[in-house]
Ligand binder design. Sequence first.
Ligand code: 13P
Length: 251
Amino acid sequence: MQKIIAANWKMCKLRQEAGKTAEELCGALAAEPLSGRRVVIFPSFTNIPDVLAASAGISSVSVGAQNFYPAEEGAFTGEISLAMLRDIGVTQVLAGHSERRHLFGETDEFVARKTAFALERGFSVMLCIGETLAEREAGELVNVLSRQTALPLANLPADSISRLTVAYEPVWAIGTGKVAGPAEVFEAHAAVRSLVSRILGDDGGRAVPILYGGSVKPDNAAALLELDNVDGLLVGGASLNIQTFLQIIRA
Ligand code: 13P
């Protein structure tokens, strides 16, 4: 399976800088095509067109959106529809990122609705899951991962499974500099694989890439990518800088 290295730029970079970063990154990737790596960039909405333009024609790079609202159109002030994203050339989205869950109150039910809505409309979805420190310390890891996968993955049409990716991002490791250790990542990814396989069946479960996210840096990326069931990385802070992100892609 190709490793997926995804950049979540969150609410960072103005337009010119985003375009320049994407151009330099894509220029480097075009000059040394990396077999076995697929790069996805999730910029903020206003930067998507510039990042799309920079990555045009580079087959190993694609662009997604960090958020959307699960309705066709209507009175949802401030929200973005999938049709609007498709209209500018985007067909992949994040769902369930811990910042959406914890800062904006997105519940498991809402994340499940978003996931199904996007998959049913032909989008690729990167479903983010992960436990808080309190949940981990209370021994709730598997229960939390089970709760966060059960609803979104229930009753998915078989032909949508190939468009699903799961990103395991322990909340306590996001933006904190505390990367989960190899044993913790190994254990959590094995749990996710088995939960996903239980819902989607063995073949479906095996086909879903599982990414790790949370303080990924150039010096820990290679060790993470070597672990069983780690099919890629979702990178926040270290993806904002071209050199550190390139080092992670090459790891
Ligand atoms: P950091 O890599 O900055 O910890 O962020 C991880 C993340 O939230 C990616 O979605």
